[in-house]
Write a protein that binds this ligand. Structure first.
Ligand SMILES: NC(=O)c1ccc[n+]([C@@H]2O[C@H](COP(=O)([O-])OP(=O)(O)OC[C@H]3O[C@@H](n4cnc5c(N)ncnc54)[C@H](OP(=O)(O)O)[C@@H]3O)[C@@H](O)[C@H]2O)c1
Length: 256
């Protein structure tokens, strides 16, 4: 029985053996949009990629990437499920994670955010996904990050979370969630700094994904390829002294 367990363990090591010295990135919401592009670009850079998706069976493009690239592993994860986050962290116990990308996010439907008929269950969904999710992910994976070479957390935030930029009532759930995730992560950055972990809150700008489908043709949207290149460039240069900076995609800082 014991030798059987050993061979299973050795099998896992063999799975990662081809990329033994590669750095590791974990991306949430990696089945489409910006998250999928993170998985693609970091796989191309030679990283081990732990790419999570709520419904891996339906993640056609991500599964194809994993099939073509042994360093990409697809894991099921809903970031609102705290127990599932703990289970994933336990599964990867002892595996250093160089970069955690808290990407998964939702806007919530505009009708449910209309003042006068606010749907508070929808508000909870947005907050649980966009705020509690990244907070819990970062907490659960702190030791994996601390054990890595790079020790970096990226939160895909939004300029919509800048209170200074608000001049009308638009998407209050989404805006509140991005302001809140900035605040939560700025707070915990002080605990992570002690462990040498740096954190960046980054606005990708308007990017052509499903989230921005309604804006297509109404405003210029940037490609996921360009957006992820820019986010990666900021991540690569990120230092511990810059931790919890609210970056725009061009590397400048945004007002809170
Ligand atoms: N696109 C932009 O212009 C823009 C601008 C500023 C900020 N952002 C931010 O960028 C991030 C990615 O957005 P996107 O544009 O790529 O949007 P997207 O194309 O709509 O993709 C969103 C991703 O998040 C996942 N997701 C949603 N809820 C989840 C949950 N509870 N657990 C796990 N995964 C979940 C989705 O999975 P499913 O497929 O299962 O739904 C999908 O993979 C978000 O945080 C968003 O706020 C985007």
């Amino acid at each position: 029985m014991l030798s059987g367990l050993k061979s299973i363990a050795i099998g896992c090591i063999v799975l990662w053996a081809s990329t033994a010295n590669a750095d590791t990135i974990l991306v949430t919401g990696a089945n489409r949009g910006i998250g999928l592009e993170f998985a693609k670009q970091y796989a191309a850079k030679g990283y081990k990629v732990i790419a999570t998706a709520r419904k891996p069976a339906e993640a056609t493009e991500l599964n194809a990437l994993a099939k073509a690239n042994k360093s990409v592993v697809v894991e099921a994860l809903d970031v609102t499920d705290l127990a599932a986050i703990d289970a994933l962290a336990a599964k990867y116990k002892g595996q250093p994670i160089d970069i955690l990308v808290n990407n998964a996010g939702i806007t919530g439907s505009p009708e449910k955010q209309r003042f006068g008929s606010i749907d508070y269950a929808s508000f909870d969904d947005v907050m649980n996904t966009n705020v509690r999710g990244p907070l819990k992910m970062t907490e659960a994976f702190t030791e994996h990050l601390a054990a890595s070479k790079q020790k970096k957390v990226v939160v895909v935030s939004s300029s919509e979370g800048s209170i200074a930029g608000v001049s009308s009532n638009r998407q209050p759930f989404y805006r509140a969630s991005k302001a809140a995730v900035n605040m939560a992560m700025k707070n915990v950055s002080y605990s992570m700094k002690d462990k040498g972990i740096a954190l960046a809150l980054i606005n990708p700008g308007p990017v052509d994904t499903d989230m921005m489908a309604a804006a297509r043709g109404r405003m210029p949207l940037r490609t996921t390829e360009l957006a992820v290149k820019e986010l990666s460039a900021i991540t690569e240069k990120l230092t511990i002294e810059q931790t919890a900076t609210f970056f725009n995609f061009d590397g400048t800082t945004l007002p809170w």
